[in-house]
Design a protein around this ligand. Structure first.
Ligand SMILES: *Cc1c(COP(=O)(O)O)cnc(C)c1O
Length: 355
């Protein structure tokens, strides 16, 4: 069996995806073709936001969001230490300082209490400007936005929702991608909604940010493509990837149902064996990963591997222990450290049969 079965999904959609790709080959608008704008409209409607802007990948989506928010040297950006490297990397890439925050032990997401502690510390020290919180919807579960929004308001901070893994999750019916000032996602093949290469998107209800991001993604273009009004990047989604995503997004709600059925099945089956994921009341997950905690992780993974069941560890190394960040983090992150030593993920995709 496969950890994520992209092949079965392709077989299921082959005719539709092939036809869509051929349509692009026929019209030949490989860059910024009509499928890109069709997909952006579909994404905005699905997420329930005014603007969906596609780009080259989820890492660029974060960078573009930070460009729109004018994040720069001297800014403190708060993000979880237990996340994928890109969340913190893009902060440092913008020459700002990532301030790592510990995790909530039951949801694996950023801990609101520790977040507030870290914000107060930065303000008290007075060396950096506390500007933005990047909350990550880890493993598919939206972060605690009701609390994070309160904290952001109290300290006048902006919020970026990194929903690279969370696309499809909800809080009280409100979709991931609609939280915070700007949200970003990734269409890397293994994410809940993936394409057949790299891809990403940015979501916002703010017209000004949307206009800036649309400009930044194409070399800081003005109203004319060859009138460059600011320094930007080249970060467009290929038309072929957009065509693929259009067909995948159509069946995404059905896939989410299957993923949730599988997750419930796992939770019933393994609740006495491992610590299974907690989904808070009113929340739903898109199950980017089904992640359990075990004090005998390495032997459990070996035992499963021997039975042909693939498992993965996300993440063995927190941000504060990454070599690239080792020069400035001296804090303790007891929960995140414990997670990095105990978590592992089971196969998760919509094409697995229960037996
Ligand atoms: C995958 C991921 C990204 C980066 O997305 P890419 O498309 O691979 O650049 C950013 N943040 C998180 C939390 C991710 O899981």
């Amino acid at each position: 069996m496969q950890f994520i079965d992209l092949e079965s999904q392709y077989k299921h959609l082959k005719e539709k995806i092939d036809a869509r790709i051929h349509k692009v080959l026929d019209h030949g608008a490989y860059i910024m073709g009509p499928e890109v704008f069709e997909l952006e409209d579909m994404l905005a409607e699905y997420v329930g936001v005014k603007h969906a802007i596609t780009c080259a990948n989820g890492t660029d989506a974060l960078t573009l969001a930070m460009m729109a928010l004018d994040i720069k040297e001297g800014d403190a950006v708060f993000c979880p230490t237990f996340t994928f490297f890109a969340t913190a990397e893009t902060v440092a890439f913008a020459r700002a300082t990532p301030i790592f925050v510990d995790s909530d032990a039951s949801t694996f997401n950023i801990c609101p209490e520790d977040l507030e502690r870290k914000i107060e510390k930065v303000i008290k020290e007075g060396k950096l400007n506390a500007t933005v919180i990047i909350a990550v919807d880890l493993f598919g579960l939206p972060a605690n936005y009701p609390q994070i929004e309160k904290i952001a308001k109290k300290y006048s901070l902006k919020i970026i929702e990194d929903t690279a893994q969370g696309f499809g999750g909800t809080i009280e019916g409100k979709k991931a991608g609609s939280f915070g000032d700007i949200a970003t996602t990734s269409f890397f093949p293994a994410k809940p909604l993936g394409c057949y290469g790299d891809g990403g998107a940015i979501f916002t209800n703010n017209d000004e940010y949307a206009e800036l991001i649309r400009s930044y993604r194409v070399h800081g273009k003005g109203s004319d493509k060859y009138d460059n009004v600011r320094i930007g990047v080249n970060s467009r989604l290929d038309t072929i990837q957009a065509a693929i995503l259009i067909e995948k997004l159509k069946i995404f709600p059905d896939e989410l149902i299957k993923r949730n059925e599988l997750a419930s099945h796992y939770s019933v089956k393994y609740k006495d064996k491992w610590i299974v994921p907690t989904i808070p009341e009113g929340y739903t997950s898109s199950w980017a990963q089904y992640t359990v905690r075990s004090n005998s992780r390495e032997s459990d993974m070996k035992m499963l591997g021997e039975q042909g069941i693939p498992t993965m560890v996300y993440y063995r190394t927190c941000m504060h222990k990454q070599t690239a960040f080792s020069h400035f983090q001296i804090e303790e992150f007891p929960v995140a450290d414990d997670l990095s030593e105990t978590v592992f993920s089971l196969p998760m995709h919509a094409y697995m049969t229960l037996d």
